[in-house]
Design a binder for this molecule. Structure first.
Ligand code: AMP
Length: 176
């Protein structure tokens, strides 16, 4: 966790019982809509995740795209989308991930990462870690290496980090 980032919590809105009863949804749209908060968030993630060789930044649909694209721009590298099933138009690799009820698929274009490339994975929220773990497997399927994994928020009580063991994981805001 990045201690100086604590003020960003004022720009995260809790939505109780969304999208279903019992879930408190962390709405980052106020953070994205505030120029200082958005810039701080991107710069802090670049500070945390940069500093080692990175060839591409991968964003997970949909809110991960919003954070990953400016990070890629700042690092001067390309952006790679990982999308839900059926959205990418070309040849894909797929990985299943577990939802609360059932499973779903994440996809990546087969040529989006080249063997040996160092890839940063970015998403808005680390919850159980299943989504990010599927993104790790997609990168590794294509022969890439995971240079780091970054989130704006981490729901630490769900212990998602335990599913990302062996990787450098960063988040700006932790929730217990
Ligand atoms: P998980 O695979 O459980 O780590 O879930 C992570 C994905 O689900 C991320 O793409 C998040 O955008 C989304 N997500 C999970 N829980 C929440 C939450 N409480 N608030 C906002 N987004 C969430």
């Amino acid at each position: 966790m990045v201690t100086e980032a604590g003020w960003l919590k004022d720009h995260v809105r809790d939505i109780p019982d969304f999208p279903e009863p019992g879930v408190t949804f962390k709405d980052i749209t106020p953070l994205l809509g505030n120029e200082e908060a958005f810039r701080f968030c991107i710069d802090a993630l670049v500070d945390q995740l940069g500093g080692r060789s990175v060839d591409r930044v991968l964003g997970i649909e949909a809110r991960g795209f919003i954070l990953a694209a400016p990070i890629a721009y700042r690092l001067g590298v390309g952006f790679v989308p990982v999308r839900k099933a059926g959205k990418l138009p070309w040849e894909v690799e797929k990985e299943e991930y577990v939802l609360e009820y059932g499973t779903d698929l994440l996809e990546i274009h087969g040529d989006a990462v080249h063997p040996g490339e160092q890839v940063l994975i970015v998403d808005d929220v680390l919850a159980t870690g299943g989504t990010a773990a599927a993104a790790v497997r997609l990168v590794e399927k294509l022969g890439g290496r995971v240079a780091g994994i970054g989130f704006a928020l981490e729901l630490a009580f769900l212990e998602g980090r335990s599913r990302l063991e062996g990787h450098r994981v960063t988040s700006l805001l932790g929730y217990e």
